[in-house]
Design a protein around this ligand. Structure first.
Ligand code: AR6
Length: 171
């Protein structure tokens, strides 16, 4: 299994699939979603998304990746954090799990995730990282895939590296 932490702009990742922290309407927005739409080619991606929308929170759908190096963009709608944590934790885990399943269905060997729901949707960041790591590690027990968890905040990246201490073979 292979889970790696990196700190960079996700649109620059050279992987088979990039995950977008989307909304249920699959409308290009701001944050990481805006960066992905801009880099991929906004209108063509929006047209493809419109044909798949709406999705439920926790679901994942696949589009092409336009001008990105990736082959696919996997769009998943994270929960809006409102403090009802167990339900929201389950939905956030579903985002990771369903995106990973879509990647395997498309024969992807590598996938990069942003920290879903931790920006505009307000999920507490350290709790969200823990859910991401646990869900990805569980999936990797049964599946061969290189998974990158992409941080955008250097302090959170450093703290998470210390907290999770991925073993040498995972780095
Ligand atoms: N590369 C990697 N991570 C990034 C980048 C980037 N270029 N830009 C931001 N982040 P957010 P959400 C991090 O708000 O909370 C959109 O409008 C950012 O620091 O993008 O799931 C959608 O359309 C944060 O840690 O997503 C939805 O409407 C993380 O990405 C809504 O926002 C996620 O922040 C989704 O909100």
């Amino acid at each position: 299994m292979s889970l790696k932490f990196v700190c960079q702009d996700i649109t620059k990742m050279n992987v088979d699939a990039i995950v977008n922290a989307a909304n249920q309407q699959l409308q290009g927005g701001s944050g990481v979603c805006g960066a992905i739409f801009k880099a991929a080619g906004w209108q063509k991606l929006q047209d493809e998304c419109d044909s798949l929308a709406p999705i439920k929170t926790g679901e994942a759908v696949v589009t092409s990746a336009g001008n990105l190096a990736a082959s696919y963009i996997i769009h998943t709608a994270g929960p809006v954090y409102q403090g009802k944590s167990s339900q929201e934790e389950t939905l956030l885990a579903a985002c990771y799990h369903n995106s990973l399943r879509k990647a395997v269905e498309r024969n992807c060997h590598s996938i990069a995730f942003p920290l879903i729901s931790t920006g505009i949707y307000g999920f507490p960041q350290e709790a969200a990282v823990k859910i991401a790591v646990e869900t990805i590690q569980e999936f990797l027990l049964q599946n061969e895939l290189t998974v990158y968890l992409v941080f955008f905040d250097q302090a959170l990246f450093t703290k998470s590296q210390e907290t999770f201490q991925l073993s040498a073979t995972d780095e």
